[in-house]
Design a protein around this ligand. Structure first.
Ligand code: NAI
Ligand code: 13P
Length: 377
């Protein structure tokens, strides 16, 4: 299978994972001028992309750029690449990185996560799993996130995304490759906020799906989306994110897209739950990745550890566990204190100023320790 094409003049990139998002991102890169080699798990899928310029299972009706090629051999995909993009289901990333490690260890190319999940067993974000498994400089790692429903982008409907890396230079290098006339990329250095935005909006989209499945209307959805953004921001800020990131494309932007669209797999999974299907039935019916289902438990664990209240995500978990009737879903828990409260939208403080209080405590301990960081900081 040849991997070079004389028409493409940009960087050589490998995209690992040929599902709906990996393939769409490959198209974004190829349409921006990159020389793209997709890696697909199944040889027949690699052949369909390389020869037929189609991926009918994941992107029906879409013609892929003729400069794009594919292989099912990891070494062929990585050979000669300047950048690598990862787009496999989050729960399988670690095992996939074990195969990639020997191919990447003597390289310095940017490694870009396109994924929007956390690892169920560890609660780690995908960039953390990459850093751990590849034992690489975190400044090489970038993440991409935003309102990016694959099929819309594959149809070349315009949208935007954020590329985040601890290194501004890495973010800019990736953003220069991952852009074209229908895909605009912005950069930032808030990896935590950008990644958590993508993970957390999936959970709120499951809640909105449940509301749809039950048959409730726009008021319920609007209040869950609005309070959901507060939950997302409180959680992300308590875990090290910048609050503004959650108000941008990777937070609010993606929340709107995913909650509104029937193309969203998280939204679809929620709708089935709302219609009364059990978690097991929903998993059986989904033939694509709905990351939110696996992220609920580790996110709630992290929320408890960081003292953040997430009533909407807790309700999603209760519905998944069969412990709550979907009809009872609301922007609040019925067990919550119902004395009138301020509606605080000053994000990152809706836990009663918890995030701010913790920041003051850290500063106080540091001051007491003569400028040294407090233990556990
Ligand atoms: N589809 C979308 O609109 C978007 C998806 N994402 C994220 O992209 C990531 C990938 O999702 P999609 O491509 O949408 O999923 P998908 O379900 O469309 O495709 C998953 C791909 O991974 C492969 N796969 C399954 N198990 C695997 C394993 N153990 N090892 C290697 N490959 C395996 C499948 O064969 C398939 O090619 C997810 O984290 C998702 O949240 C992010 C933005 C948009
Ligand atoms: O992340 C997405 C849109 O930005 C895709 O959402 P789903 O994984 O729910 O389809």
């Amino acid at each position: 299978m040849t991997r070079k094409n004389a028409d493409a003049r940009g960087p050589r990139v490998a995209v690992i994972g040929a599902g709906s998002w990996g393939t769409t991102f490959g198209k974004i890169l190829a349409d921006g001028g990159a020389q793209v080699t997709m890696w697909a798990r199944r040889p027949e899928q690699a052949l369909e992309i390389a020869e037929g310029k189609r991926n009918t299972k994941y992107l029906p009706g879409i013609n892929l750029p003729r400069t794009m090629t594919a292989t099912h051999e990891l070494s062929t995909a990585i050979d000669g690449a300047d950048q690598v993009y990862l787009s496999v289901p989050s729960q399988s990333l670690r095992e996939n990185l074990k195969g990639l490690r020997p191919l990447l260890e003597n390289t310095s190319m940017p490694i870009v996560s396109l994924m929007k999940g956390v690892e169920r067993a560890s609660g780690l974000r995908m960039s953390q799993v990459i850093e751990q498994e590849l034992a690489c400089d975190p400044e090489r790692i970038a993440v991409a996130s935003g309102p990016n429903l694959a099929l819309e982008i594959a149809r070349e409907q315009p949208t935007a995304a954020v590329i985040a890396s601890l290194s501004q230079e890495t973010a800019e290098t990736v953003a220069r490759a991952a852009r074209n006339s229908y895909f605009r990329t912005f950069v930032n250095t808030d990896v935590i906020g950008t990644e958590f935005g993508g993970v957390l909006k999936n959970l709120i989209a499951v809640a909105i799906g449940i509301v749809d499945g039950v048959g409730y209307g726009e008021n319920t959805k609007a209040s869950i989306i609005t309070r959901g953004l507060v939950e997302m921001t409180d959680f992300a800020v308590a875990n090290g994110a910048q609050p503004e990131t959650l108000q941008g494309l990777a937070g609010l932007g993606d929340l709107i897209a995913t909650c509104q669209s029937p193309l969203s797999r998280n939204n679809t999974a929620g709708r089935l739950l709302g219609q009364g299907y059990s978690y097991q039935d929903v998993v059986k019916q989904m033939n694509q990745t709905a990351e939110g289902l696996a992220s609920v438990a580790p996110i709630l664990q992290l929320a408890r550890e960081s003292d953040v209240h997430m009533p909407i995500v807790e309700q999603v978990k209760m519905v998944l566990d069969g412990k709550m009737n979907p009809r009872d879903i609301a922007p609040h828990l019925t067990t919550d204190d119902d004395t009138p409260q301020e509606e605080r939208t000053n994000h990152g403080q809706a836990d009663g100023g918890g995030a701010l209080r913790r920041a003051f405590q850290r500063a106080f301990h540091q001051f007491r320790n003569g400028g040294r960081s407090a233990a556990g900081d």
